[in-house]
Ligand binder design. Structure first.
Ligand SMILES: C[S@@+](CC[C@H](N)C(=O)[O-])C[C@H]1O[C@@H](n2cnc3c(N)ncnc32)[C@H](O)[C@@H]1O
Length: 513
């Protein structure tokens, strides 16, 4: 089966990637000292866009920008176009095309280019072509994104994958192949005679696969093509295309601070930044990278200056969002990211700034606006000194933890809760096709709970909050989903709706004026 037929017969799952949001890609360019295109008025291209879900979520948030998704699968593009119509987007186009046939002169340049989950799963000539197209399509100030399986961690995954491919070599039907591979891996991981490293790798891969959908499993692990790269190979491919490495889109994944002091010394002693990244991957056993790049020869300033925060917006959900008296004193407070990483901070202004961000449910807030929001609550003899410390701590958090995310701009309009709440067309579509919605700043929010999804579905502009509550009550009773109707259901519905409104999952209501 060729690649197009494989995806046509079993389409790739619907996914959203917050790091590919132009607002976030631009922010990382800015923090590294680059002038970048305005994400609100730009051209965005995605190679191998699958069913278009990722690009659709960005296009809905950035109506002043234009988006193009290209994919070889007819089925993917048919779905993507139908969904764009369903959401009512006119700033996005999808084209069924083989990247090998793309002619630069027909398309012009793009400010942001994304290739997620592509180059590790296509033949070598397509990989070469993707880098050629990156070089040809990226505008002078533009930023590109490419993700790929990475060595040395890639060796471990491939070791297990090759055995599954071998075991299923005689099976053609995609779902039968997945079923056979997954039973075999389970048998192997439980039946191995080894008690050491080999057993641990098999067990880890078995757990990872058990969380995958059949489509993920088939395309990501049983595909005919599966490549991992040392970072230096990617850097060299970028260089040959007139491009250069900018940073990882998961900025903190470049941090060295969790390594031993001796290993940090080894890395610091390496002059060449590309080689340094390779040694970082050796230390981390890195399996996957999400790399940003720009045109070669731009002045990338890797030492982050605190002043640069003034031009950027920050978001964080690490604080509970309620100011506690303790935060006004120099006592450590623990901030915990949703990814599990936590850190204690005792600097008062920084604690308040993070708490303020928490109260905005992860929406980005411009740094000057953030300071203004907390200024009245504190009296410092030397505000400038405290502000400087706060900037440095926030930069350190950005470099070393997933506690803060950076955005190029923030949407300062406060949404108004309508009398009859209405989920945005994007959110209505997202809850129809999956279990995730994206906020107005592109953060991906899991709605794994059926009741939460029903809440969004009932918020269709025809019901008041009381009627939505009534609908939820009936849904829980009717579906018998194994739980009591909670006594505080009314409160939960109101709070959830208010939160969905704040994060832009609901359309803003009209003001009186
Ligand atoms: C692993 S999927 C990733 C989809 C999506 N980017 C994601 O990460 O969710 C790879 C995608 O690349 C597309 N693709 C593979 N080879 C291609 C080619 N030569 N030209 C265009 N698209 C291609 C496939 O159809 C598929 O949608």
């Amino acid at each position: 089966m060729n690649i197009a037929d494989r995806y046509d017969s079993l389409p790739y799952p619907t996914k959203f990637f917050a790091e590919t949001n132009p607002n976030r890609m631009a922010a990382l360019g800015k923090i590294l000292g680059l002038d970048v295109p305005d994400p609100q008025e730009c051209r965005v291209l995605e190679f191998g866009c699958g069913d278009g879900s990722n690009l659709l979520s960005h296009a809905a948030m950035l109506p002043g920008s234009k988006f193009l998704g290209v994919d070889i699968s007819t089925q993917h593009i048919k779905t993507a176009k139908a969904w764009a119509d369903e959401i009512g987007l006119s700033n996005i186009d999808f084209q069924q095309a083989d990247l090998m046939d793309m002619d630069v002169s027909e398309y012009g340049e793009f400010d942001f280019i994304v290739a997620h989950g592509l180059i590790s799963w296509v033949p070598r000539p397509v990989i070469d072509k993707v880098f050629e197209l990156f070089g040809a399509f990226l505008s002078d100030a533009g930023i590109g994104y490419v993700s790929y399986n990475t060595y040395p961690g890639g060796h471990l995954r491939n070791m297990v994958r090759e055995m599954m491919v071998y075991h299923t070599r005689g099976i053609d039907d995609p779902l039968d192949k997945v079923e056979s591979a997954s039973s075999f891996l389970k048998l192997l991981s439980e039946g191995t005679a080894d008690q050491n490293v080999y057993k641990a790798v098999l067990a880890a891969e078995n757990i990872r696969h058990s969380k995958h959908s059949p489509s993920d499993f088939f395309h990501d692990d049983l595909s005919d093509f599966y490549f991992s790269f040392y970072f230096s190979e990617i850097a060299s491919r970028l260089d040959s295309s007139g491009l250069e490495y900018l940073c990882e889109s998961e900025f903190h994944s470049m941090s060295q601070r969790t390594l031993s002091t001796e290993y940090q010394k080894l890395i610091k002693g390496i002059e060449n930044p590309v080689e340094r990244e390779d040694y970082l991957d050796f230390a981390r056993g890195r399996q996957f990278r999400k790399t940003l790049f720009c045109k070669k020869g731009r002045t990338v300033s890797r030492e982050i200056k605190p002043a640069r925060l003034s031009e950027l917006a920050l978001a964080s959900t690490a604080a509970p969002g309620v100011m506690n008296d303790v935060e006004k004193e120099s006592k450590p407070v623990r901030f915990q990211s949703q990814l599990g990483a936590g850190i204690e901070i005792d600097h008062v202004l920084t604690k308040l700034a993070l708490t303020e961000l928490g109260s905005r449910d992860g929406a980005p807030v411009g740094f000057p606006e953030l300071l203004d929001a907390v200024r009245d609550r504190l009296e410092f003899q030397d505000w400038n000194k405290e502000e400087d410390i706060c900037r440095r701590i926030l930069i350190r958090l950005l470099e070393d933890t997933p506690i803060v995310d950076l955005y190029s701009f923030s949407d300062s309009n406060t949404p108004i809760l309508a009398e009859k709440p209405k989920a945005s067309a994007l959110a209505q579509w997202q809850t129809r096709v999956g279990t995730k919605v994206t906020s107005r700043n592109g953060a991906v929010i899991g709605l794994d709970d059926e009741v939460a999804r029903t809440l969004v579905k009932l918020s269709d502009g025809s019901r008041t909050i009381a009627q939505i509550e009534d609908g939820i009550r009936k849904f829980v009773a009717r579906e018998g989903i194994g739980r009591e109707v909670r006594s505080d259901l009314g409160e939960w519905v109101r709070e959830s709706i208010e939160r969905l409104s704040r994060i832009g999952v609901l359309d803003s209501g009209q003001t009186d004026s």
